[in-house]
Design a protein around this ligand. Structure first.
Ligand SMILES: *Cc1c(COP(=O)(O)O)cnc(C)c1O
Length: 361
């Protein structure tokens, strides 16, 4: 089924169906959705079929749909960026789609033809290009999703699925400046376990992370720093971002050992840091090592990486009532340089040495 050419039909929204665009200065995140969406269905007999770019609308889904009961749901997050002369770019979209196929494999869901879906995605973003914001730093967030739609109870992999892509204009992440966040080191709840599904974007991972996130918020922290589930010792991720440290001039991020999500921003940051001549290490790093580096002054920077914020500098960690300030609570030079460089590449203002951009239209 992966090889058969999938037909994509286009049903354009009628002029009187088009929505009025939200206030460009108050987009927030994930509040407004564009005029169109992409949908396709899978069943055992037909494989992927009924691929359509159509007007955005609610679905009618049976209450027995297996996604509601056993949680087969996966998603992706990527963005479209408006550059000069109204050029619109995607950033490494093939990597998002191949990661989604990895998620599908892990959750016993069908894989989809990546190249065809990328074509359909580009066509849809082109059609809704008026929704790609113009305000500095604002973007169009793209959310591919797959859910099990077969109506049946009884635990097994479903035999019917719906794949869809929706898009929403989102405001600049750092509307109030590139400022560091305070992070709570979580040593009780775990996000991911060895052999679990923490290395794929399965919806259930995020439901399971809400408790710790809520407790950290209540204590006044923006995000949770996740430790490994076995020893509660090794640093894994921050919120739903990957984590990096700059210690004594060396860029360090936890190695991908099955419980960490392989971020595309993480991979891009590793590449840029190497390009710039930094010594770079992917290895296990313990919270005790971070604490010690904080105390002896070698911990220069900490930052999260992910599509939503690109780079998110950490100003403080709180671990068992102990607080470690990083770089006096202000964003470090490497964080800032990475942020500026990524933005410049994504918005088409810098030479694309690694062929990361894909033009829409
Ligand atoms: C999506 C995600 C990331 C970041 O991945 P990007 O491809 O850089 O956006 C990191 N950690 C988790 C848990 C995620 O879900």
């Amino acid at each position: 089924m992966l090889d058969k050419e999938l037909e994509v039909t286009l049903q354009k929204a009628a002029t009187d169906q088009l929505k009025s665009k939200p206030d460009q200065d108050n987009l927030g995140f994930g509040q407004f959705f564009t005029d169109h969406m992409f949908t396709m269905r899978w069943d055992r007999r037909q494989g992927w079929h009924d691929a359509t770019i159509e007007p955005y609308r609610p679905f009618a889904v049976d209450p027995a749909a297996m996604v509601f009961h056993y949680g087969q749901a996966i998603f992706e997050g990527m963005k479209a960026y408006r550059g000069k002369d109204d050029q619109i770019f995607l950033f490494r979209p093939q990597d998002n789609l191949s990661r989604m196929n990895q998620s599908a494999l892990r959750m016993c869901m069908p894989r989809f033809p990546q190249d065809r879906i990328l074509q359909a995605l580009r066509a849809m973003v082109y059609l809704d290009q008026g929704w790609v914001p113009r305000a500095p730093g604002a973007t169009l967030y793209i959310r591919p999703t797959m859910i099990a739609t077969e109506s049946a109870l009884g635990l097994r992999a479903a035999e019917e699925y719906l794949f869809f892509i929706i898009c929403c204009p989102v405001g600049a992440y750092y509307a109030e400046g590139f400022s560091p966040t305070r992070i709570y080191v979580e040593d009780r709840y775990a996000r991911s376990i060895p052999g679990g599904a923490g290395n794929v974007k399965a919806a259930g991972n995020y439901a399971a992370s809400l408790k710790a996130q809520t407790l950290a918020h209540d204590k006044g922290y923006a995000q949770v720093l996740w430790l490994d589930a076995v020893e509660h010792k090794y640093v894994e991720e921050v919120g739903s971002s990957n984590i990096f440290f700059l210690i004594n001039g060396e860029v360090i991020t936890p190695s991908l050992e099955g419980s960490i999500l392989p971020g595309i921003t993480r991979d891009s940051v590793l590449q840029l840091a190497r390009d710039w001549g930094y010594p770079v290490k992917e290895r296990r790093i313990s919270i005790d090592e971070i604490l010690a580096a904080g105390k002896d002054g070698t911990l220069q920077e900490g930052f999260g990486t992910g599509t939503a914020a690109a780079i998110s500098p950490v100003g403080e960690f709180c671990y068992r009532e102990e607080r470690i300030q990083i770089n006096g609570g202000v964003a470090g030079a490497l964080s800032k340089r990475l942020y500026d460089e990524l933005q410049a590449i994504q918005f088409g203002e810098r030479e694309d040495l690694h062929k990361w951009r894909v033009r829409v239209g």
